[in-house]
Ligand binder design. Structure first.
Ligand SMILES: CC(C)(COP(=O)(O)OP(=O)(O)OC[C@H]1O[C@@H](n2cnc3c(N)ncnc32)[C@H](O)[C@@H]1OP(=O)(O)O)[C@@H](O)C(=O)NCCC(=O)NCCS
Length: 161
């Protein structure tokens, strides 16, 4: 599996990307219901994949097994920094997902490595990403790749009363 090819996503990958994205969101939502999807999330995400594959501010890569089966994907975006701290241009990795039967074979490492190579070719100074606190596997994955904790996001629902 070490050599599974990683390539830029194409429009024809969108059905596979949606299947993988749906499975990813189910997995994340099962671990923490605050990340559960709303009823129209899939249509919204289909439109986003269409946009991301074409625009220059997003990078979408896929891992393709046997030249036909997409078994994982990763997404990053590029945007301006906040204007008052050092990163002038910031890369953000928003998704990395590998189908469960293909895990622990280095596929995510290759997907993330390709995204970083592509990001370093742009004008970004720093790359950030967020991991759900409940997602210990993903946290361990990024730590194994040398990433460091930066901030903790807190949440409180607005009382309806
Ligand atoms: C997190 C995820 C992308 C890792 O994919 P993967 O292809 O299995 O990862 P790799 O095989 O490249 O792992 C590389 C290293 O990361 C670490 N790692 C990966 N998954 C881990 C886990 N569940 N627990 C502990 N360490 C883990 C290990 O050090 C691993 O090396 P090793 O297998 O030689 O021990 C995958 O589990 C996944 O898709 N999870 C659901 C979606 C998700 O959480 N995405 C991340 C959102 S930020």
């Amino acid at each position: 599996m070490e050599g599974v090819p990683i390539r830029n996503a194409r429009r024809g990958d969108i059905p596979s990307l949606l299947l993988l994205w749906n499975a990813m969101m189910k997995e994340i939502g099962a671990a923490d219901p605050r990340f559960a999807l709303h009823a129209h999330a899939r249509e919204h995400q289909a439109a986003l994949f269409q946009k991301w594959i074409q625009d220059e501010e997003h990078l979408v890569v896929v891992a393709e097994e046997g030249g036909r089966l997409v078994i994982g994907f990763a997404v990053a975006s590029i945007a301006d920094g906040n204007g008052w701290q050092i990163p002038n241009r910031l890369g953000r990795i928003s998704d990395v997902y590998v189908a469960p039967p293909r895990r622990r074979q280095g596929v995510a490492r290759r997907l993330a490595g390709r995204l970083l190579d592509l990001l370093y070719e742009t004008d970004v100074d720093t790359v950030r990403l967020a991991v759900a606190v409940s997602n210990e596997g993903a946290h361990a994955f990024w730590k194994s790749m040398g990433w460091e904790d930066l901030e903790l996001v807190l949440q409180k629902d607005v009382d309806s009363a």
